[in-house]
Design a binder for this molecule. Sequence first.
Ligand code: PLP
Length: 405
Amino acid sequence: MAKINENYLKLPGSYLFSVINQKVDAFTKKNPGKELIRMGIGDVTRPLVPSVIGAMKDAVEEMGTFEGFHGYGPEQGYDFLRDLIVENDYRKKGIDIQADEVFVSDGAKSDTGNIGDIFSADNKVAVCDPVYPVYVDTNAMSGRAGSYDKESGHWSELIYMECSAENGFLPPIPDKHADLIYLCFPNNPTGMAADRDYLKKWVDYAISEGSVILFDSAYETFITQPEIPHSIFEIEGAKKCAVEFRSFSKTAGFTGNRCAYTVIPHELVIDGARVNSLWNRRHTTKFNGVPYIVQRGAAAVYGEQGQREIKEVIKYYLNNAEIIRGGLAKAGLTVYGGVNAPYIWAKTPDNMPSWDFFDRLLEEANVITTPGVGFGPSGEGYIRFTAFGDADKTKEAVERIIKIL
Ligand code: PLP
């Protein structure tokens, strides 16, 4: 008889966005005329920029010719894109990364979720709380998380690093050993960024403990402050202990296009094995490459026009973030994030539970948000706003919130 992976049976339901949708549906049924403004889901709303569209159209035309047709491409990505990534995202910034250390993929979600494949099920895993849920759930699926405790909302074998206002949402280095450490800066959901000194502490820890830092840099393009590093590889020693995940999703509006990349330096050697070679083996076995048309679109992002255009879009979202930050503060809320990230993390008034404040914002201001507790128990008492919406609607949402508070 076939047996299933029992770890899947231990997974709690993925309720967050379905509960939000149920609440929104119920509200809409009761209040059919009310216009809701969405500041919940972390998806982009601005269309693809013209240079990306142009490059993708050209690639479609090319694919319709015998000379320009592309079948299976290299699983790790076409050289034209890997070379552009290396040159623009690393070498120009003084970081020496080679093209064969870059693996182009269909998403940072897939890569952060799949990276566990090449590490032992015995590894001790550390995650932040609150956290992007993919890191937790994929470790649970591979048996690294132990059992789930409904009461605490935690898995028995994971090390949770509490991110709180007291530690500036930068959790201290744990006083115990962790093998795999998931870090995400700028952070989803808190919107907070980490400086060099903080990341250096992690690199020193990882080197002394023989651990691997899995650094999710999906939001690096939103960094505005010069003291904030864009890459973990800006930190001395990181090539010996870190993997970096980046994505075109939020950088260039590719959430529906699917293109990202993961950097694994040759210097990263664990248990005598080069992690780059193992990932190459996994990637070429389980993945058949990002479409040529999409990779041509991603390459266009690095052109002069592409850079100008995507920077405009990022500025648009960051301007929304500023409006949200300022407006919520005016409404009397304590706000975090939104300076180097498209997320604003606000403390609920009078320590109100996240879901209660979510309901109040929905019912009284007709604004949809995400309750902080949905990202982990330490998110209780917080609410996440995203800056990915339309500028006028964002302004209106903020005005409505000021009015009700
Ligand atoms: N990493 C973080 C922290 C995210 O918030 C998200 C998406 O919201 C992703 C990764 C997913 O990126 P991608 O669209 O490249 O799969």
